[in-house]
Ligand binder design. Structure first.
Ligand code: CP3
Length: 356
């Protein structure tokens, strides 16, 4: 305790960690590593628990969420854990009916489509809304005993609105953009509620013990620059600025297919950017025009390929990472359910031992 990092409200970084150092811009000999969706269906021990529990039961039972969070760390020497939850679970307390359906993904049977629907959305406190996740965080942190930092996360207000309005995993965003450009007042009211929900949620995760935060804006790649400036940026900035004013842990922003938005996104006051595989790390750095640590960006789909191809791709990324202020190795998006565990094992070993 006592570091400058505690200046805000006394919550901050506890364990010394290569991952946290990298997000703060300090480069070590190797790139620290974690994987998006590292707890999940590619692990037989996850599938075994999932056989008897729904996705929501697993998230809402702190003992199960804790166990699933720790599963990948028992197998692989990863540099960070991420709490087992979903970007959509905090929406339940707003008054929406969320279900994860087999083969379909998330489904909301009372989507938000009108000013009245938005007015009816509640913004409960994190304690009353997602106390189960905060309890799970406290359990994980006590199990990790300061050895490995835990990442908390949320969905960005734009991406959460996509799910709320479309009512399912968006194939296209016609309802969302119809409301966004057709009724900007209602869009603004919705965004402000989501900013409040997510800011309080991120702060609560840090208070419960998370040492880093990641904001997922998975659907931002569907937005062009004009709409970004007017309908997205004010709220994304409001979220990041609010969180930064209240806690001091490093914040990572992740979105996919946003190379065209990088020059704008670089204004976000985050510590690092997650990069998908559609751009190289040097390209992302040039587009951001800012010397920021980057996290990424192995294409998770090639993890189904031959080891030699995986290894040379990982090596190329690590070499590119040496040219950055700092690098966290990750996948360019979440790991896929059919990924062979053996390839993951070899990948983690390779990344840990590789010295450019
Ligand atoms: O990364 C982790 O290990 C932590 C847990 C985590 C989950 N979802 C668990 C999950 C995290 C960080 C997420 C984020 C998330 N959830 C995002 C942002 C990242 C991205 O992928 O773009 C989004 C868009 C969602 C919404 C979501 N949740 C979808 C579209 C789906 C269905 C698709 C799928 O992969 O099944 C989910 C379900 C989900 N969330 C699962 C897991 C492990 C699969 C649950 C299961 O059936 O066992």
């Amino acid at each position: 305790m006592g570091e400058a990092a505690h200046e805000n409200i006394g919550v901050g970084v506890k364990s010394s960690s290569k991952f946290i150092d990298a997000l703060r811009g300090e480069r070590g000999e190797t790139s620290p590593m974690w994987m998006m969706r590292q707890a999940g269906r590619y692990l037989p021990e996850y599938r075994a628990l999932r056989e008897h529990n729904s996705m929501l039961q697993m998230v809402m039972t702190p003992e199960l969420a804790c166990e699933v969070t720790l599963q990948p760390l028992r197998r692989f020497p990863l540099d960070a854990a991420i709490i087992f939850a979903d970007i959509l679970t905090p929406l339940i307390g707003m008054g929406i009916n969320l279900e994860f359906k087999k083969g379909e993904g998330p489904v909301i049977d009372n989507p938000v489509r009108s000013a009245k629907d938005v007015a009816n959305l509640r913004v409960p406190t994190p304690q009353e809304n997602v106390g189960y996740t905060l309890d799970a965080i406290r359990m994980v942190v006590s199990e990790l005993r300061g050895k490995t930092p835990l990442i908390g996360f949320c969905g960005a207000p734009f991406t959460l609105a996509c799910y709320l309005i479309q009512g399912e995993s968006p194939g296209d965003l016609e309802y969302t953009k119809g409301l966004m450009v057709g009724d900007p007042e209602t869009w603004r009211a919705l965004q402000l509620k989501l900013v409040k929900l997510s800011a309080d949620y991120l702060v609560a995760q840090v208070e419960a013990g998370c040492e880093s935060l990641q904001i997922f804006d998975s659907w931002l790649g569907y937005v062009g620059p004009r709409e970004y400036d007017r309908f997205v940026e004010p709220y994304l900035h409001a979220l990041v600025d609010e969180v930064r004013s209240r806690v001091s842990v490093p914040v990572v922003f992740f979105a996919t297919s946003v190379a065209g938005l990088f020059p704008r996104l670089s204004k976000l006051s985050v510590d690092a950017f997650g990069v998908d595989w559609r751009v190289s790390l040097p390209q992302a750095r040039a587009l951001l025009g800012r010397d920021t640590p980057l996290q990424g960006n192995l294409d998770p789909q090639i993890l189904a390929g031959p080891w030699e191809y995986i290894r040379s791709s990982a090596q190329a990324i690590l070499d590119e990472g040496r040219g950055l202020p700092a690098h966290v190795f990750n996948l360019g998006h979440g790991i896929l359910p059919h990924t062979p565990v053996e390839n993951v094992e070899r990948l983690v070993e390779f990344v840990r031992s590789y010295r450019a």
